[in-house]
Design a protein around this ligand. Structure first.
Ligand SMILES: *Cc1c(COP(=O)(O)O)cnc(C)c1O
Length: 367
């Protein structure tokens, strides 16, 4: 019995997914685990500690404060910060985090801070844009980048990387292959100019699944570790790690013509049994799941959300379900997945998972 709203994190499932990814990649390819956004909404510290024990090679976070949190909790593995803001570079150096440098602005700003701290060979990661058009140097800037890098002993290029735009999309296969080739050419040119070798990495989870030939020296996996592979049929045996569970707070029997919730958005067409749950849009179940769009499971049966989603509560129709106040309710788990829940709300597992707010208690289980 859950007793309250919880996000249950299954560490055995996490290990299963880690092992699957490890088995998919070559022996000498490094595995970087992406633990940004509280490890995709689960718990960055717990997940990173667990993955560190499993022998993960690298971590990545999006922002510097996320990396600081990991260091403060004792994580020793190298941490790549994918989108660091120069205002926090001092903090990045202090906590031994490694920046992605993706523009002349960020490169020069970082060198200035590294010099001011009398750093030598501080590890940095140079990002190139190969088609996503989000962050990254252009291919034609290689020479200028190398010139700056080679004339500044305060930094050392530990890796050169890029990011695929549509690795999960079969229709964009040619585009992805083109990105892979461009990345290959960029790293070749970079290496011959700078004169030393570095880690090369391109693939995210669906890149690993769909382009095994593009592993280079390291892969960066997020969603796969948490149990999803973005493919239509999960035939890779990833197991969703997170389950969102709650309980029934109260059951009302309402008569035909009565309404439920704010703005009377739901009007009963006949007598109904309605259950109120202690989870709302402040917990990450957005208003777009209201009015029948989202459904939850009670006693193994599907119960649609009725009326508008409130900040702290939703109401569901349990007219056809034999249930009681205090019964467990499942929003998603490894069987009725976050991916399916998200699709109903016209979004993706990434958004649903990372949106589960910090108010929801995280509970760790194994088995
Ligand atoms: C988030 C992110 C990843 C992880 O992608 P998944 O699809 O979750 O495996 C990898 N690389 C970069 C640059 C990212 O921002």
């Amino acid at each position: 019995m859950v007793g309250e709203t919880i996000l249950e994190i299954n560490l055995s499932a996490l290990k299963n997914n880690f092992d699957i990814l490890r088995a998919k990649i070559n022996k000498n390819t490094m595995l970087l685990a992406v633990v940004k956004a509280f490890a995709y909404g689960s718990d960055a510290v717990k997940i990173a500690q667990f993955l560190e024990e499993l022998g993960v090679n690298y971590f990545a976070v999006a922002y510097i404060n996320e990396g600081v949190l990991l260091r403060k909790s004792g994580i020793k593995t190298p941490i790549l910060v994918l989108h660091p803001q120069p205002i926090n570079f001092q903090l990045l150096i202090k906590f031994n985090l490694e920046p992605s440098l993706y523009s002349f602005n960020t490169l020069n700003a970082f060198i200035e801070v590294a010099n001011a701290n009398s750093k030598e060979n501080f590890p940095v990661h140079i990002k190139f844009n190969t088609g996503l058009n989000r962050l990254g140097f252009a291919q034609k800037q290689i020479e200028d980048v190398v010139k700056i890098v080679n004339s500044n002993p305060s930094i050392h290029v530990k890796s050169v990387f890029s990011h695929l735009a549509a690795s999960e999309d079969e229709k964009e296969r040619d585009f992805s292959l083109n990105q892979i080739e461009l990345f290959h050419n960029i790293t070749e040119a970079f290496q011959s100019l700078c004169g030393y070798s570095f880690i090369r990495h391109l693939c995210n989870t669906s890149g690993v699944v769909n382009f095994p030939e593009a592993q280079f020296d390291m892969v960066r996996c997020g969603i796969g570790i948490y149990g999803f592979d973005n493919m239509k049929n999960n035939n890779h045996k990833f197991i969703p790690v997170a389950a969102l569970k709650t309980i029934i707070s109260q059951i009302h029997t309402i008569e035909k013509g009565q309404s439920v919730g704010y703005n009377r958005a739901f009007i009963a067409e006949h007598d109904k049994k309605i259950a109120t749950l202690p989870i709302g849009h402040a917990d990450g179940i957005g208003r777009h799941y209201g009015n029948g769009v989202g459904s939850v499971y009670v006693q193994g049966q599907k119960a649609p959300i009725v009326g508008n989603v409130c900040m702290d509560m939703i109401m569901i129709d349990v007219s056809e379900i034999d249930c009681n106040e205090g019964d467990e309710v499942i929003l998603f788990d490894k069987n009725t997945t976050a991916e399916e829940f998200a699709i109903n709300g016209d979004t993706i597992s990434y958004e649903l998972l990372t949106g589960i707010s910090q108010r929801v208690k995280r509970v760790f289980i194994t088995g």
